[in-house]
Each structure stands twice: as structure tokens, then as C-alpha cells.
Design a protein around this ligand. Sequence first.
Ligand code: XMP
Length: 410
Amino acid sequence: MNHELIIVLNSDGHRGIAVGRAVREMQVFCEVLSHKTTIDEIKGKDPKGIIITGDFSTVEKDLAALNIPLLHMQDEDENKISDFLFKTCVLKGDWIMENVAYELVEAMKEKIGGKKVLCALSGGVDSTVVAVMLHKACGKNLNCIFVDHGLMRLNEGDEVERVFTKDFNINITRVNAQDRFLGKLKGVTDPEQKRKIIGEEFIRVFEEEGKKIGAVDFLAQGTIYPDVIESGMDGSALVKSHHNVGGLPDVIDFNEIVEPLRDLFKDEVRKAGLALGIDEELIYRQPFPGPGLGVRVLGEITKEKLDILRQTDHIYREEIKKAGLDRKIWQYFTIFTGLRSVGVKDSARAYGYTIALRAVNSRYTVTAEWVRIPYDVLEVISERITSEVPEITRVVYDITGKPPASIEWE
Ligand code: XMP
């Protein structure tokens, strides 16, 4: 791909990312690099302009000698960025996702040729776009493995399978591993231990299925640009904002990794997905943690608790959608707290479970604020949950920001 390039030199944690996103939104391609990048490396990329965020005083003299337009940003003022891009650097703005999506397909086609690719599908936005993009690039040479660990939301497994087979005719192996995961998780209450077990088991199942498919040339990864930026930054500059399940399986025989989304921010992944014809429902899904509902059932995970949680979560999502809030809230979900309290159901004393509702808005997941869902919407949610789910006698609303609380409860 050949696009006009702006370099954002980042010494200021999230500001560099925010500026980078603003540049991309103005349809200009940019790379966000550490302020420690060498002058030669910058020069070699042939940028049309350089934006410096935070202090960068140490190499400024050398940068000025490059004769490339420079802009200092202490804030995220979009007018300043726009003037710099289009007046100072006289750019056209050629980073248009509808085109970029297909350029990426072409680039993948060239890279992969007629070879075999293996891809893990989670049903999340990133892996969905990766799979559809690679399918367009290599058709039946793409093999997807979808591990259903039983920790997904109501009907989600069937939905993922349906979309990939019916809508896109993609080669997919669904592994129904619910019992296997629940077996491993039996009696385990420690949150970190649960996460570790789920992550490791995921890799084991993926390896086993991968081996059945046999040697592949490429393993696909859903790495996106914020991951790339973070791995290039000082450890101190950013709190790691996401944690994917497991690592790379080392038993599967593959030669190379393909990462078709590694240049894209999350909102660009969504636009590319829409351009490739993926359904809006899938594209605007809220983020979902790798360990799934496993971190939303506090303490030991059982099928019964998961089923109760799934029902409450389904009601919550239905009502949020009905209220027109589904695209206005970053993440909203229910938590099975395991707490029991006294209540009254059908005119008799009931000793039921407590469900918590969480709704947060967040930009980079490192911080988050709780969402002020209107009382009347909360009321309907509470009434429906307590009347439709027999085991629940109490619904509470989490009004804690991050920090100090994390978004998930475990
Ligand atoms: P926390 O709970 O750390 O969540 O405030 C921040 C964001 O990350 C998601 N999350 C995870 N994602 N694997 C993931 O892929 C995980 O183990 C995991 N834990 C939390 C969470 O849903 C939120 O969006």
C-alpha cells in the first residue's frame, strides 16, 4: 500500500494515540512512533510531515534539518491538525477505509498466494474482520477454528457459526468444548487461576484441531494498531490496556504470521468490516473479554450460574437496545455475584441470588466512567430480570469508575 504518510512522535502516553486517531479520521495515514526512533529510521519512511506530542526537545534540531514540516502538539486540537495536514503539508487525504479494506485484501492475496492459512475465530469484531478479509484473499485455503468454550452469551455460538457458514461460506470448524472447560474449572475460585485455565485450555483445543488440519503456511492474528504502538513504547508510558487469551500455540506447524489489521485502529477495523459486507450487528458488538462470562461469574463457575447469567445479560441487552442506548455505551453486562439475600416471590419467602448491572464508557479501557442509564430503563431491566429469571431476587447497579474498580469484576 502506498499512502501519504505523517509520523506522530509520541512521548506522552495516550496523547500520541489520540493525535494519531485524529489524523486518521482526517483520512491521512500516520504511524505513531516512540520518541526514541532514530532520525535515519524516520527519514527512511519518507514522511510528508512530523507531529511531535509532548516534549521532544532532544532530537528537535536533527529533525528540523530533515526539512520536513513539523508540528508540536500539547493538546488534541483538531483544527491545528487539519491546518497542518492540508495547508502546511498540502496532503490529498488518501486514507479512505472503503478503499483500504480492498487494498488489504489484495496485499494478503499477494502475500499468501495459493497457500494455507489457519485462523482462530472468537466472534469478536477483530477476528471476524480478519476472517472475512482472508477469505476474500484466499477462499477455501482459509481454515477457521472456533472454540466454543461455553462461556459465551446466549445463542452466541450458534450465531457465530451461522454468520460464517451461511453469510460468507467460510471453512469453519466449531469445537464444542463446553464440558471440557467446565471440567477444568470445577472447584476453582481464584480469578487469576480461572483466567489462566481458560487461556491455556483454549490454546490446547486450538492446537489439537490445528493438528487435525495439518501443516499450514500462515497463522492469522487479529493484532490491531494500538497493540503495535504499545509494544513499541516504554513500559512506563502505558498501562497495558488489553490482555488476549493465551499466547501463540507452538505445537502447530506454521511458517509465518499474517496480521492484516496491524495498521488499523479499532474504528478503522469497523469501517473496513462494513466495507467488506459484514453485518452491522456484528461490527458494532461491544468488546467481550477473551475468558468470556468466566470473569463475570464470581467464584466457582458452574453451568447453572452461567445459564442464569446468560438470561439476565440477554434481558439487559434487549432493554438497552430498545432504549436506543446500545451504540452509546462502550460496554454493558451483568455479573453473577453469587450473593444471596432474602426476598419475596409468589407471596413466599425467597432466598435468591443478586445480579449486578455494569455499564461503562471508556476510550482506551485504561480508564472508564459508569454510565448514567435513565432510571426508567433501569426499572424495566430490574423488573424483567426478577420476574423472568426465577433464581434472582435482587438487582444492583454498579456506580464505580475505573480506577479504582476495573471494568470486569474479576
Ligand atoms: P478491565 O476489567 O481490566 O477490562 O478493566 C478492560 C477491558 O479489557 C477487557 N478484558 C479482557 N479482554 N482478555 C481479554 O481479551 C481478558 O482476560 C480480559 N479481561 C478484561 C474488558 O472486557 C474491558 O473491555
